[in-house]
Design a binder for this molecule. Structure first.
Ligand SMILES: Nc1ncnc2c1ncn2[C@@H]1O[C@H](COP(=O)(O)OP(=O)(O)OP(=O)(O)O)[C@@H](O)[C@H]1O
Length: 245
């Protein structure tokens, strides 16, 4: 995909379709039922906030959507393709082509600058943004040659976002991206994610414990006890700069 194409035109109406997704860790008396039958449809291009108590299955589900794990039972379709029975090689291809990950901790290489951290990904991607373009998208055009230790936590997280989006993924999966940040810094990170979602049209899922963040979503998904308890479309969507916590 080139930079000039309209990335908001989805090739399929649904990005993900999950049916009866279960994930059991371990066996016998020690078995943990992390997911107990998740049904969920996620349209392409949306910004989705995922809420739910600790242990409700959010990360397990995100890992399955991202091809880091497969369900014990059930089916997950990505743009109509079944990823729930893929082998390791197919999952690796799927992740490389389609998925960007952002985690709570940034996992930047301390000995590389912001530009070099992003270049690690762009050197192996098919149609990447340049590191400069990706870093500009998250507002770090003036920090290209800074090392992680010279950047604030929020700036480091934005480098991690630039790294995740530089390959122009179809999907951006974020597990507690603001979990380690104060409110003002967290809002800058959310603004970066929103810009990426708007500009690239990547379907963006954001796990958080912070219910205030739900206000910026197109869709809010609430997990409880390994199931989806509620899905609601957000009628009154706010910009990140309009929320606080
Ligand atoms: N690799 C694993 N082995 C065994 N149990 C696991 C594993 N990963 C997760 N679990 C268990 O599965 C359940 C769901 O975990 P998960 O991390 O998906 O929840 P979560 O909603 O993301 O929680 P949190 O908000 O605390 O991150 C928990 O009871 C957890 O302990």
């Amino acid at each position: 995909m080139t930079g000039s194409e309209d990335k908001r035109a989805p090739p399929h109406p649904l990005c993900f379709r999950a049916r009866g997704v279960t994930r059991v860790y371990g066996a016998g008396a020690a078995a943990v039922h992390a997911l107990r039958g998740v049904d969920l449809d996620l349209p392409d291009g949306e910004l989705v906030v995922v809420l739910g108590a600790s242990g409700s299955g959010k990360s397990t589900f995100l890992n399955i959507l991202g091809g880091l794990d497969i369900p014990t039972e059930g089916e997950v379709l990505f743009r109509g393709e079944d990823i729930s029975r893929a082998n390791q090689h197919q999952l690796t291809e799927y992740r490389r082509r389609h998925i960007g990950f952002v985690f709570q901790f940034y996992n930047l290489m301390p000995s590389l600058t912001a530009r070099e951290n992003v270049a690690l990904v762009t050197e192996i991607a098919e149609a990447p943004l340049s590191p400069e373009q990706a870093l500009a998208m998250v507002g770090l055009e003036n920090r290209l040659d800074h090392f992680p230790a010279q950047l604030s936590g929020g700036e480091q997280q934005r480098v991690a976002i630039a790294r995740a989006v530089a390959k122009q993924p179809s999907v951006l999966l974020c597990d507690e991206p603001t979990g380690a940040l104060d409110s003002a810094t967290g809002i800058l990170v959310l603004e970066a994610l929103k810009t990426v979602n708007d500009t690239l049209g990547a379907t963006t899922l954001l796990i958080t414990h912070n219910a205030a963040i739900a206000a910026i979503a197109d869709r809010v998904v609430i997990f409880a006890d390994g199931r989806v308890r509620e899905v609601r479309e957000n009628a009154d969507k706010r910009a990140p700069g309009e929320i606080s916590w």
